[in-house]
Design a protein around this ligand. Structure first.
Ligand code: NAP
Length: 281
């Protein structure tokens, strides 16, 4: 699995990682097997959140990484409704307990809420000083939010911005990716398969995906992941509750698309109009 520098951190992180939204809905043994298979194959970036299954997803991740905590780049998120200074600290401690670990590699504000960013950042700083988190970032931040955050914290402190990005939703390419690249902030593509809206084989895009996949003896999902991670600031975190899907996703780390193939995909999945606000799910 290819790794690259994760934003302003000094860590090398797998370009393809593992999401866990709704993983608690799968049969537990199957979910654990998928996450462990992913780790075996180098998908060490594991993304979870206190929101997912109201903590149940974190508990599954905690079980999956037992005995192999040091292999993982573990990310969780605080809900905006908890993101006051003391609320963020308490939420992080509760996440650590569910994850059965003493630290997160990165801790994110899930999306912008009512609490002042300065309070959440102060909590992140405190957690970092205490060794409970090693870095922090944000999620669902557009450029205006990022600018405001930079005024509060300095961009050097922000490890990543986790945002909606898949073949049919490329809005972040207009401003968010350029901003993050300029300020050395990793861009983490969530819902890289469109959250169950993957381009079907009967569509023009699906057809191109299949042709490119065939040329590399790869799968359409691997081609999609590789397209989404095509520049050095980009990472993707597909969720897989099935071990065979985890294996499939991990193999994307070895796939290399030609410039001509990237151009074909770019054309058949156009960016669309520039949105007024950042799309999110
Ligand atoms: P997704 O990753 O776009 O799609 C997940 C679906 O794709 C599942 O049904 C999964 O099936 C299937 N799948 C996975 N690998 C496959 C493969 N190789 N071939 C065919 N199907 C495959 O959806 P997502 O869960 O919305 O997004 C991924 C992660 O991003 C989340 O789990 C979460 O960690 C994060 N996220 C963050 C935010 C945020 O606001 N920050 C929002 C949404 C998501 P199985 O599960 O059956 O294997």
């Amino acid at each position: 699995m290819e790794r690259r520098r994760f934003g302003s951190t000094k860590r090398e992180v797998s370009i393809v990682g593992q999401g866990t939204w709704y993983i608690e809905r799968a049969e537990r043994a199957r979910a654990l097997a998928a996450l462990r298979r992913g780790l075996d194959l180098g998908m060490t970036h594991i993304d979870t959140a206190e929101m997912y299954g109201s903590g149940a997803a974190e508990e599954i991740v905690g079980e999956a990484i037992q005995g192999r905590r040091n292999e993982a780049f573990l990310v969780s998120k605080v809900l905006p409704s908890n993101a006051s200074l003391l609320g963020t600290v308490a939420a992080c401690e509760a996440s650590l307990k569910r994850l059965k670990t003493d630290r997160l590699d990165c801790y994110l504000l899930h999306w912008r809420g009512e609490y002042p960013l300065a309070d959440t950042v102060a909590a992140f700083d405190r957690l970092r000083r205490d060794g409970k988190i090693l870095s922090w970032g944000v999620s669902n931040f557009g450029v205006d939010d990022l600018e405001e955050l930079r005024a509060v914290s300095g961009s050097a402190a922000v490890a990543c911005n986790q945002v909606l990005y898949h073949l049919k939703e490329r809005a972040i390419e207009y401003a968010v990716i350029p901003w993050c690249e300029k300020h050395n902030v990793a861009v983490v593509a969530y819902s890289p398969f469109g959250h169950n809206d993957f381009p079907g084989p009967g569509t023009p895009g699906g057809k191109v995906l299949q042709e490119v996949a065939l040329a590399h003896d790869a799968t359409v999902h691997q081609v999609a992941l590789r397209f989404l991670c095509r520049s050095p600031s980009l990472f993707a975190i597909p969720k897989a509750a099935r071990a065979e899907h985890a294996s499939d996703n991990a193999a994307a780390g070895r796939l290399h698309l030609t410039e001509a193939e990237l151009t074909r995909l770019d054309k058949v999945f156009p960016r669309g109009a520039r949105p007024r606000s950042l799309p999110m799910i």
